[in-house]
Design a protein around this ligand. Sequence first.
Ligand code: HEM
Length: 417
Amino acid sequence: MTEEVNSPSPSRRSVIGWGGVGLALGAAAAGGTAVVLTRSTDEDAPETAASGGAAVPFHGPHQAGIATAVPDRLHFAAFDVTTKDRAELVQLLKDWTAAAARLTAGHAVGEGAYGGQPEAPPDDTGEALGLKPSRLTLTIGFGPSLFDGRFGLKDKRPAALVDLPKFPGDNLDAARSGGDLCVQACADDPQVAVHAIRNLARIGFGKVAVRWSQLGFGKTSSTTPDAQTPRNLFGFKDGTRNIAGTDDASLDKHVWASEKDGAAWMAGGSYLVARRIRMNIETWDRTSLQEQEDVFGRDKGEGAAVGKSKEHDEPLLKAMLPTSHVRLAHPDSNSGARMLRRGYSFTDGTDGLGRLDAGLFFLAYQRDARDAFIPVQRNLARSDALNEYIQHVGSAHFAVPPGVRDKDDWWGRALFS
Ligand code: HEM
């Protein structure tokens, strides 16, 4: 990476930044002396050197963060829209898009974190100064509640963006569920992911409020099957049979929404189901190896299906117990249903009873959850042996629009146009 990492935005040089506008207007409104704030010029602005690092292209037909390689860290945030003004929401989405393009390229937001007017808060909060782009991806989604009529979007709600049904065993916490908007930030460096969400939330101050957020580590599925399969907190390889980011035929069939699916603005997008799944790791850790392997239908070391010797050998479903997770989740048990999983492990302190509040933050992208997550989860909720060790405690469903094509495009343009 270059010293551009924290450089100010060329398009906004010598222009008042977000903070500056607020301060100038605030001072004027309060009857005080309005300070005319100008930002530093390029020459004045201190730039921080950073080394080269992987940046994932932000522009394209699909949003990054779905089929792109899964970095190891996550900060996911769901937002409530607090403004009632459609134009203000549209402006926010434009501002977020501009910021996201900069952040994912490894730049600071707006005019940067320092070197600007001392009277104004800096545009960027600064904690990612000097850090690499770290394969940061930022992916936006729109929840069912955004289409409730506040913003004139009722007719635009895709039929596929259903309210998820209640599944047996669900113990959902409303405070960790739903949301008008979501942003998924994935990066190799947790500070880069957190910085991105924090700065988007900051830009959205007064228009959106964070409803809930989730930090994740240790991806539990990947889109790169050639790489070593990651393991979940139960110690099993997870993501062995996932949709690969290079498998265009499967992505088109199972992940990308098409114009033919009903909502034209979603063509090239996808539907994201997020579930916070608590894993009772203390109970699991006292369970025999045989029972653990029976629960999944795969062995713990190699990850091979029952009766097979290699991880990627085709599973023989009939050889597994009828209650095994892999048998029940497999496409052959669900009329061919498939989804792209890219979840993360989490540990969020304790539950107050001496146990870790740990689990899997399950994220799955699909063309239509009515043909993928919903039937598979129905099957699992009914019979999965894993249910003894897990509990779904948070849930959300989002329409994830197609990618931002170029610098004139913005998140949600097709929806709001
Ligand atoms: C804490 C909860 C869960 C854990 C620990 C878990 C773990 C695993 C493991 C170890 C595998 C085998 C390796 C692999 O192919 O990835 C697997 C497979 C799979 N899981 Fe889960 N899983 C969980 C929840 C879910 C949920 C909620 C769904 C969807 C509703 C799901 C869908 C699948 C699918 C589709 C497969 C691949 C089946 C195949 O094609 O062979 N899992 N899971």
